[in-house]
Design a protein around this ligand. Structure first.
Ligand SMILES: O=C(O)CCC(=O)C(=O)O
Ligand SMILES: [Fe+2]
Length: 316
């Protein structure tokens, strides 16, 4: 049964219904989609609608079956191996759960952990959406996995980097707002995400008025879930209030979390020093752009060539 659509989530520019019929090979059980998520079917055709939905609608889009079963199996195997071998890595938004950190395991810097992750960051539909929303020179801020083990407690509602400490508003420019985006998050589902196993919770439309979540009851009252099938890719505006939810099932729930940023925002993970040289050497032009190897700032300008390097008639 479709859930009721929230008032904000309903603001589709062209009023196109959100209902989605999964391809036949996915129709093995009850359709698990959250009906608030606008379904991406044809990026070129829907570009205006997707932009509006991302910035001023629910803030959440879904690309069904964006990755093959082989890619998902490969990625999942690597994440399970890595997180079995190393339960203690840096994590975030777990202030209330410090006794349970091992039940929510992160695997960072995934470009180094398997070629499938280089494929994932270059998914053509996601790239087209990023290019439109963040500018064509957009970068990869981070690619990490979040594995919720059974009993994993979930997170506090939050917003994502570079807004993730926006509770310290005085550290940010006055007048900063949500009219454009400095972040686009893509979650690749490595397992089916269900309400029981911790599918990400989110407050549709909360990105419209940029704020760090401050009232758990407001979040709880309006929260929807990013439910879907393994292989789906959920795209959301990092200003949307959201969090991993508790895993009350008896199996794992893992996702690959990709953060894309405009070219001028400092990357969260240090891709330049962190990504293996062998990967950079064989990288496509797009992957080089994402890693940021050809981006020249910050620059030692007193050591730069004595030429006009910026402006409409720049030499370099
Ligand atoms: O894994 C999830 O469901 C969400 C994780 C998340 O939002 C984060 O770590 O920033
Ligand atoms: Fe997040």
């Amino acid at each position: 049964m479709p859930q009721e659509m929230g008032a904000v989530a309903n603001r589709s520019k062209k009023g196109i219904p959100r209902l989605y019929s999964p391809p036949p090979f996915l129709s093995l059980g009850p359709v698990p989609y959250s009906w608030e998520m606008l379904v991406v079917k044809d990026v070129a055709e829907q570009l205006d609608e997707l932009t509006e939905e991302f910035l001023r609608g629910s803030g959440v889009l879904v690309l069904p079956a964006a990755f093959s079963a082989e890619q998902i199996a490969d990625a999942r195997r690597i994440i399970m191996e890595e997180s079995d071998a190393n339960a203690g890595t840096a994590t975030h938004f777990q202030g209330a759960n410090t006794g349970k950190l091992a039940l929510q395991r992160r695997v960072w810097n995934l470009l180094n952990k398997g070629t499938v992750f280089s494929q994932m960051v270059q998914q053509p539909d996601v790239v087209a959406i990023c290019s439109n929303l963040l500018g064509s020179a957009f970068k990869l801020g981070s690619i990490a996995a979040n594995r919720l083990l059974p009993g994993g407690p979930g997170q506090e509602p939050h917003i994502d980097y570079p807004y993730w400490d926006f509770h310290k508003t005085d550290e940010f420019p006055v007048g900063m707002n949500s009219s454009f985006a400095l972040n686009l998050q893509a979650t690749i589902l490595l397992d089916d995400f269900t309400p029981t196993n911790g599918a990400t919770g989110y407050l549709p439309g909360s990105q419209v008025d940029l704020s760090y979540p401050s009232d758990q009851s407001v979040f709880d009252a309006g929260m929807k879930r990013m439910t879907g099938r393994a292989g789906d890719c959920v795209i959301f505006n990092g200003m949307v209030h959201h969090c991993a939810m508790p895993n009350n099932s008896d199996s794992d729930r893992s996702g690959v979390l990709i953060e894309y940023l405009p070219k001028f925002v400092i990357q969260l993970e240090d891709q330049i020093n962190g990504v293996d040289a062998s990967i950079v050497e064989r990288a496509s032009p797009l992957l080089r752009q994402l890693i940021g190897v050809d981006y020249k700032f910050p620059e030692l300008l007193d050591q730069a060539p004595p030429e006009n390097s910026e402006g409409r008639n720049a030499e370099a």
